[in-house]
Design a protein around this ligand. Sequence first.
Ligand SMILES: [Zn+2]
Length: 309
Amino acid sequence: MVNAIGIDIGGTKTAIGLVDRDGRIIFREVFATKGPDESIREMMGIIDKIIENTRDIQGIGVGSPGPIDSKKGVVVCPPNLPEWRDIPLADILRDRYGVNVLLNNDANAAALGEWLFGAGRGVQNFIYITVSTGIGGGAVLNGRFYEGENANALEVGHATIDYKGPRCGCGNYGCFEVMASGTALARFAREAVEGCSDSILAGYENIRAEDVFEAAKMGDPLAVRLVDDEALYLGVGLTNVINSFNPEMIAIGGGVSKAWDMYYEKMIQVIEERALPTNYETVQVVRAKLGEDIGIVGAASLVYNLSME
Ligand SMILES: [Zn+2]
């Protein structure tokens, strides 16, 4: 049985796992992400251990926050990995282990994982979108992984949905991410409670997106309105993706997808009203299936995808 190693580098933690050909995680270990030197040392300690116990490793896949250079396998300068600058991680791991090492941005890797092993199995035109602290995405088009010219395709989080909207971290205004991410929902809630002290949310010191969903479930009128707006923004952002790519399926993952039932109906209604009928009729919008495993499985999928091409 041939396996692949998946490494999911995140702003706070790094997860490493051994993933079999069916997308199952056989072994996993997690550590707190530090600077590159220390993190790579820790990474190698875990990989050494995996390789000691497993003979057939087909390769190592790495999902990293962008920007990255997938062709050179370099972590360029991710804003949430402050000390990581131009780290040739693929070369470092390839030199040590003598196997294929593929590096891509985490959203692209997640899209591939969800396509090979999750909701997107067998779908020819598939888009994955993660809605959590930010919004990112990846695509498989005509049955092939699509990463764009330098692995930055499907940066849908920075497509404008309100050109007069709030300033985004990217410098633009009213990006999908600054309107509809979990961070945005929490920010809108914090702004709203200032003028509405009878909301349950007014009692929270630091409102999070999940608090808003929880309060809406209890019928808090302010929270219900905020979740309604969230559904609207998601619907508008997804309509752009549906009209641009004419996909067969969009799978939504990330923290905000956990509250799926709270906004799904309204979101679909917005899409139905706004998307081109030809594109609306052919698309299925579903919740991603891989859940918390998507980081590791997505990274390992970079290796499995290579063996299919
Ligand atoms: Zn932006």
